[in-house]
Design a protein around this ligand. Structure first.
Ligand code: FE2
Length: 342
């Protein structure tokens, strides 16, 4: 069962043109496109006439014309024309979804009721292009959503799975602090590593060599939004008491976790940094590195899905590093229970 009364990332803005994109989100097929006025539209990807995917249709002006028999829909999903007759059946409308473009990401409200704007994650770092530069991408994983939650909440896997890029021995060996804030519905995991080797991901981009202080502070807002505050600084220079932290390099690492089906998930990512602003070469480097890191996770989770679905009774052994992931599972279970699902 999906937690549908939420916002999820549906697409990268850069993916959307007047040629509709077909994406399965929380089990539903959705056609997403920009109409000729530039507005982003998301409609149920099935013509009510004979079920043909509307994503195979054509955008004409502000409307989408089905590629099979020409049923035509406006951006609210209202059917505005059918071939061969003036009368349009009242049941010919399709569902339209609320969408919001914020920085590189396009969010979709998958709930049945009115879109709850107060639940839309705020990502100011992805919008403030004067002070932050960002890159982003998406990967599809043939694994259940829960496996991606586990993966992101326990970064000790960086040491082993991502040891050529972001993983150093200290990620796994440094203890974490975990906070589950039930009221604001956030799981926080803190890992502050002091005087540790700077991995390639950061040495190449910050210019810092040798030892650094490296902080990883996770904020997971279940179900679909994850933000990692990464801080890289010269050794022994914490932020000042007033919060200013000018000698440090900051990166915000975002993940949009969007279930596609019960056993597949979209892994949207974005990196925003407050250094090397508008540096194309650093953009390309980070894009390449992060694409490689994400692919390592994709490969691992694809294998894990096959193993865990064939051997469903895996008896897990949890240890201290799992406290973030376990808190996230409990919060998701509570949210499911609140919806009346088993
Ligand atoms: Fe990973």
């Amino acid at each position: 069962m999906f937690l549908s009364d939420n916002w999820y990332v549906a697409a990268l803005g850069a993916e959307l043109t007047t040629k509709p994109l077909s994406r399965q989100i929380l089990g539903e097929h959705v056609a997403i496109f920009r109409n000729e006025s530039g507005r982003i539209v998301a409609l149920a990807d099935q013509c009510p006439h004979r079920g043909y995917p509307l994503s195979l249709g054509t955008v004409v002006g502000d409307e989408l014309v089905c590629g099979y028999h020409g049923f035509t829909f406006d951006c609210t999903g209202t059917c505005v024309a059918v071939p061969g007759q003036d009368r349009i059946p009242s049941r010919a409308d399709v569902r339209s979804y609320a969408v919001v473009e914020q920085g590189p990401w396009v969010w979709i409200w998958t709930g049945r009721g009115e879109a709850e704007m107060s639940l839309l994650p705020s990502t100011p770092w992805l919008v403030d292009t004067e002070n932050w530069s960002s890159v982003g991408g998406v990967a599809k994983i043939d694994a259940a959503f829960d496996l991606l939650v586990d993966n992101l909440l326990d970064l000790s896997h960086e040491t082993f799975l991502h040891n050529g890029s972001i993983g150093t021995p200290e990620v796994a060996s440094t203890p974490i602090e975990v906070e589950a804030d039930e009221d604001s519905r956030v799981v926080r995991v803190f890992r502050h590593m002091n005087s540790v080797d700077c991995p390639l991901f950061y040495s190449r981009t910050t210019g810092l060599e040798g030892k650094v202080d490296r902080w990883q502070d996770i904020e997971y807002s279940p179900p679909g939004y994850y933000l990692l505050h990464s801080r890289i600084a010269p050794v022994g220079q914490p932020p000042l008491p007033d919060g200013t932290d000018d000698h440090a390099f900051h990166m915000k690492i975002f993940y949009g976790l969007t279930p596609s089906t019960e056993d597949s998930v979209y892994d949207f990512w974005a990196l925003a940094r407050d250094f090397c602003i508008n540096d194309d070469e650093i953009d390309r480097f980070l894009e390449k590195m992060q694409t490689g890191v994400v692919q390592e996770d994709v490969d691992a989770l694809n294998i894990l899905q096959i193993r865990t679905s064939r051997v469903p009774e895996v008896n897990e052994v949890s240890i201290k590093i799992d406290r973030g992931g376990l808190s996230a599972r409990r919060m998701l279970a509570t949210m499911s229970d609140a919806r009346g699902h088993p």
